[in-house]
Design a protein around this ligand. Structure first.
Ligand code: SAM
Length: 593
């Protein structure tokens, strides 16, 4: 009936991102950038750059956006939930951890395969490639479809394993870049490579540390795929550095459609055309629509509108985790993507929910947020701007700094030492909420309170601690509502998790007494759970969109379908309960509600 709980982790959404060129104010354009910009139509003209982007739908166009390089603009009005674009990334590669328990072609996990409600239905285990013993597949169909590229990769993986012994496969960046080069060797018209070379590169603005990192990467790259093969694509060391820079600025986190956890990386020159905003009107998702041409579902990448978009408006997605404070978001954007973010959200003078306290009367239902006083400020009282209630205040920045460090520790510990991670996260939550007196607690959206709850929820679900998970999910959902627009995938997945945790599985009523009373109370919960599932479905359909793939469409992708099945299950349970109650009433039995 349901997908495995292990697959319901709501880990922090991957900062799906690409980078663009530095802002012209920060550095002069290179000759190459200037030439390319000249070739592009400016905003306001209707021409598109179709030779580079043959698959951009007709309702979108590429324009030159002042200070941002290329960008994508809507040619007509778009409503939330509209799938603007669905494409197959050029390459998608699992990270080391996920290589061990996901199919390397369709990315379904072992848990997905065991679940009747996902597209498993056949094999329940993964079969290793018999030659490299590194990649695994869920079916012969997936293995066949991946072979075109894997046959080249397989030899390199084997050589690498023989040379490096027990060090395991090369990391995800090397494997992704190598796949691009294998593809280049197979293509006839050079269009794919042209699209890769058109990606924004920040090679001339790399920090000393990035240059060192990329240099090390290029050495490993040459030893993995061979010096000769690398030379064919990149004539010299500068060209390799350039390729690494393009990758950093234009790659996406590949995320699981079940829970948004990061499982690898993807490269898609088409999707990399979208610029960034911390208040995005669109999102990039991997909804796992079924494919009609094979029994295996392929992994598609979609750009879905989550806010209304006007004709001529730029379509923007977020490259960073929107739960981060403005300072942290801007730092990440600057370091990785080399521009200064000046989006609406960063310019907003309103109260930032990520840096706010709750109203002292929040327990009485006031939803007001209080801007966090600056570090070291002499403020001794804070006041809710909505209900006017006040509370004494003492500087909470030291507690906040400690919480941020503890959050970083928890993130690092989550895979190797789950217990320590849980202790850190619980401590962060306690220190920013209950034990702050005489300061009002932090808002549920505050950083790192929301992020700590998100990660704690993931760990509770992994360990099947459902009682704790439901409270954590409810608190996290309250924070998500303040950070994300309706239909943002992080919100939609959290709502889904909360709804699933609140759903009582249908069963048969016990004979009598207290057990029966509890059963009836469960029926009430079931009806409430049904409402929550319906609300989650509505949000998931906006978040993951509805693309038509080969004639079939599933609103909300894999998650939408899972929710539809759960709602049907609930309906069956509720119908069964009503019939049982009616039978009991006719037989003169007492039904206690
Ligand atoms: C994935 S690319 C986006 C497409 C890119 N503009 C191009 O011409 O190929 C990311 C790069 O675009 C630029 N960019 C994206 N969003 C921006 C923004 N809001 N402001 C300024 N530059 C931006 C930055 O140079 C960033 O590294």
């Amino acid at each position: 009936m349901s997908t495995s709980w292990a697959a319901l982790k709501a880990k922090r959404a991957g900062a799906s991102g690409s980078a663009a060129s530095p802002s012209p104010a920060a550095a002069p354009k290179t000759d190459e950038e200037a030439k390319r910009d000249e070739a592009l139509p400016s905003a306001g003209t209707s021409a598109t750059v179709e030779y580079l982007h043959p698959h951009l739908p007709s309702n979108l166009e590429v324009r030159h956006i002042s200070g941002r390089g290329r960008g994508v603009v809507a040619k007509e009005a778009v409503s939330p939930g509209t799938t603007l674009l669905t494409t197959t990334p050029l390459v998608s590669v699992l990270d080391q951890r996920n290589l061990r328990y996901r199919c390397s072609f369709c990315f379904r996990s072992v848990d997905d395969l065991k679940s009747p409600s996902t597209q498993g239905g056949g094999a329940t285990t993964l079969q290793q490639c018999s030659m490299c013993h590194i990649v695994q597949y869920c079916s012969a169909a997936c293995q066949r479809r991946d072979w075109l590229i894997h046959k080249k990769e397989c030899k390199d993986l084997q050589r690498n394993a023989a040379a490096k012994g027990r060090h395991g496969p090369p990391d995800v960046v090397l494997r992704a870049l190598s796949r691009v080069l294998y593809l280049r060797e197979s293509e006839r018209d050079g269009k794919m490579w042209e699209a890769v070379e058109s990606l924004e590169s920040h090679q001339t603005r790399l920090s000393g540390r990035e240059q060192e990192d990329f240099f090390r990467l290029s050495v490993s790259f040459a030893s993995y795929i061979g010096q000769e093969r690398l030379k064919e694509a990149c004539a010299n060391a500068a060209a390799v550095l350039d390729l690494c820079s393009r990758f950093t600025s234009n790659s996406f986190s590949l995320t699981s459609s079940a829970d948004l956890s990061n499982i690898g990386v993807s490269i898609s020159p088409l999707t990399a055309l979208f610029n960034h905003s911390c208040r995005p009107n669109a999102v990039i998702v991997f909804p796992a629509f079924p494919s009609s041409s094979s029994t295996s579902p392929s992994r598609y990448m979609s750009v879905v509108a989550i806010r209304p978009i006007k004709p001529g408006e730029e379509v923007v997605t977020s490259y960073v985790d929107l739960a981060l404070t403005k300072e942290l978001r801007q730092k990440e954007v600057k370091e990785r993507y080399k521009f200064d973010c000046s989006c609406e959200e960063c310019r907003s003078e309103g109260i930032d929910p990520r840096e706010a306290l709750s109203c002292p009367k929040a327990e009485n239902g006031c939803k007001g947020l209080i801007a966090l006083p600056e570090r070291g400020s002499a403020v001794s009282t804070v006041t809710c701007p909505i209900c006017g209630s006040s509370a004494p205040y003492k500087d909470v920045h030291p507690a906040l700094d400690a919480a941020k460090l503890a959050y970083e520790d928890a993130e690092r510990a989550q895979h190797e030492d789950e217990r320590t991670a849980v202790v850190h996260l619980q401590h962060i939550i306690d220190s920013l909420t209950t034990s702050l007196t005489p300061v009002p607690p932090f808002a549920p959206s505050a950083y790192p309170l929301f992020s700590a709850r998100q990660l704690l929820l993931a760990l509770h679900l992994d360990a099947h601690r459902f009682e704790q998970a439901i409270d954590t999910a409810a608190a996290a959902l309250a924070g998500a509502g303040l950070i994300y627009a309706f239909g943002h995938p992080v919100r939609a997945v959290l709502r889904t998790t909360h709804a699933r945790l609140s759903t009582v599985p249908p069963d048969t009523p016990p004979e009598d007494g207290d057990a029966q009373l509890r059963w009836w109370l469960d029926l009430v919960a079931r009806q409430k759970g049904r409402q929550l599932l319906i609300a989650a479905h509505e949000e998931v359909v906006t978040a993951f969109g509805t693309a038509r793939i080969g004639g079939s469409s599933v609103p909300g992708g894999e998650m939408g379908r899972m929710l539809t099945e759960l709602i049907e299950d609930q309906d069956r349970g509720i119908r069964f309960s009503s019939i049982a109650a009616e039978n009991k009433r006719r037989a003169g039995g007492r039904v206690r509600r």
